[in-house]
Design a protein around this ligand. Structure first.
Ligand SMILES: N[C@@H](CCC(=O)N[C@@H](CSS)C(=O)NCC(=O)O)C(=O)O
Ligand SMILES: [Fe+2]
Length: 290
């Protein structure tokens, strides 16, 4: 029998090296309060997992969508992070070609520049569950909070709250039960962009919060952690914690200088903001969460 699960684990107990097999965690967690979704793989510590990873691009909004799957698990469960409505068909075709089973369509935050693909995906693949942070205030099938783990097969994404670009931004960090999945990968949304960061002038943004979020939740990851943002406007695809600690033009500065930089970006609002934000608050118009 195949189940997938999304579990809440206090961050202090969620160190990758002490992660227990899925069945143990679900047994230890009282179902009433802690098991959000009732699907989990029956696995043992010795069951192997292998990450399939694809970085996909939507050119109008310069958005990256990420596909991850455990391809050694019999059902090849997969997740999509930050899908865009315009590229849903491309993404679903790829998933089908690779023989994967999409289980979660995940957002890092309520996007302001494009419509999320999660609603459209749900209308095309009804078993898929949408996920967003509870702090975002948006509707989805499942809500995550700091310290949660989103599991697919024997792999998982640890949720780290990284508010500041928006009030509900989270970063998802890869892991597996036996800590073999190295280096880690962090999907930072718009909290951290390569050599930059998300703006903080709308959607509950705060440069003070963003500075604290990145320094406490992203820059504390191992230096070889691969960083994958939601956007890039200059052709970069990936960075590392070590690289950004050295070269990020905003976040390497002291907090006051950072705040000053953010107050003086003078960026025009995203072209689609008035349409995209209300749509993304309900998972992207096309489909309401189940
Ligand atoms: N021109 C684009 C919007 C560009 C923009 O504002 N990007 C956001 C991320 S999407 S909410 C951002 O935070 N940028 C930071 C930066 O330094 O560029 C459009 O019209 O869609
Ligand atoms: Fe954004």
């Amino acid at each position: 029998m195949l189940r997938f699960q999304l579990i809440r684990v206090p961050l202090s107990a969620s160190k990758f090296s002490t992660t227990l097999p899925l069945t143990s965690i679900s047994r230890k967690i009282p179902r009433t309060t802690r098991l959000i979704s009732s699907m989990a793989t029956y696995s043992t510590l010795s069951q192997p997992s292998k990450l399939l990873f694809r970085q996909l691009f939507e050119k109008e909004s310069s958005t990256y969508t990420y596909l991850l799957a455990d391809v050694l698990h019999p059902s090849k469960p997969a997740v999509l992070i930050d899908p865009v409505d315009k590229t849903v068909d491309r993404d679903l075709s790829l998933i089908q070609e690779l023989g994967l089973k999409l289980v979660y369509a995940i957002n890092t935050h309520v996007h302001a520049d494009h419509v999320t693909g999660t609603g459209l995906i749900k209308s095309k693949v009804p078993d898929v569950k949408s996920i967003i942070s509870r702090a975002s205030g948006a509707t989805a099938d499942l809500y995550v909070e700091h310290g949660d783990k989103v599991s697919f097969g024997d792999l998982f994404l640890e949720v780290r709250a990284t508010p500041g670009h928006t009030v509900g931004c989270v970063t998802y960090v890869t892991g597996d039960a036996s800590d073999h999945l190295q280096p880690r990968m962090a999907f930072t949304g718009d909290a951290l962009l390569i050599r930059g960061c998300g703006r903080t002038d709308f959607q509950g943004g705060s440069s003070e919060k963003l500075y604290k979020s990145v320094h406490s939740q992203i820059f504390t990851l191992p230096k070889d952690t691969l960083l994958y943002p939601a956007h890039d406007y200059r052709g970069f695809t990936v960075s590392t914690v070590g690289e950004e600690l050295q070269y990020n033009s905003r976040l390497t500065k002291d907090e006051e200088t950072f705040k000053n930089i953010m107050e003086n970006l003078n960026l025009p609002y995203p072209k689609m903001i008035d349409m995209a934000v209300p749509a993304n608050m309900v998972c992207g118009i096309q489909s309401k969460p189940t």
